[in-house]
Write a protein that binds this ligand. Sequence first.
Ligand code: CTP
Length: 398
Amino acid sequence: MAGVREVILGVGGGIAAYKSCDLLRRLQERGYAVTVVPTPSSLNFVGSATWEALSGRPVTTQVWERVDEVRHISLAASADALIIAPATADLIARVAAGRADDLLTNLVLAVDVPILVVPAMHPQMWLDPATVANVQTLRSRGFVVMDPEVGRLTGEDIGPGRFPETLSIIEKFEKSLSIEKDFLGINVLVTAGGTREAIDPVRYIGNRSSGRQGAAVARAARDRGATVKLIMANSQLSHEETATLNGIEIIPVETATQMHAALEKEFPTTRLLIMSAAVADAKPSQVSDAKIKKGELKEIQLTENPDLLKSIAKMRDKQVIIAFAAETNGDLGAAREKMQAKGANILYLNDVSGGAIFGSDQTEGVILTGNGAHIPVTNTSKDTLAELLLDQALIQLG
Ligand code: CTP
């Protein structure tokens, strides 16, 4: 399930709660945003202050707190996945029975997302027929329940019940939720937004690119394991949208010249370049230092900007390049010629007739691939298009 980002980490009242602090950190490092929902009894082991400090988010345990937010419903709506770690025998029993006596169990009932349960308890409790039956109930309902590790527990006892190592929990989480990390170890460079070319200190030549498509591709590549750099020119992303880009190195630029310089620097260490920025084709031949008076603003002499893609493609070693083309007539033949002329392996032909696409969350067009295929994309979200483009890139990357 690509695109998983918002994770709720439910923490049960077992000593292994302290190990979940590390789980939280490792999840964040991998680009997940985590909200922690401890059970009230788990606060005996790790307090709310620790969770708030580590997650950077408010922590509540009951539906009676922040009632105005209807937290169990709002959290459920924003979650992409839920991990319960550690899950005690009592917590597993309450979930199996469908109880809703704290915020976490309310959430379990309210979410419609994959749930991973990571039990940790003494072996006698894990092997007790009541727990065995409860675990079976959860598995039959589609919960992924990890088997605890065998080893030494807090007392003298040894057996199945140990909280697994953090990395094996994350591996299970990503594998069982089929979040494919098929871009692991691949450096991806994305350009997004629209360049602006100054006329004077106040005015510029720009375009209507919002940067949303580039942001979507960058996010998708990050979620699939890539190391992502995003050269961003003048986006219209909201604060919330920008917050979805954590884990991505953003290189801000203003003009085509600055974007060109950033591309030249980053391209040699890139494996996949996705050129979704709308680069101004021309810039004013002279930039006035002073604001031009309206009476003098009759004519602007323009100089052509270089084609960044064409120029960068000449530096190519074994990089795969995806280009975008914004057209109002949807001419496939012309688009294929453009793709070849620019040295791209894949091109997304965007139908922008009537002002559509710019600023929208939806897109419509055709993906042209190097082997002559064209894949129509109709009324698709920019996130889904991002996944389709990465799928095509992966074929080219071999
Ligand atoms: N592009 C670029 N440098 C430019 C202009 C465009 O690298 N100076 C890139 C864009 O990022 C995009 C692709 O080229 O990936 C196609 O852009 P498009 O505007 O459709 O093509 P143009 O080359 O500007 O051709 P047209 O005359 O059709 O506008």
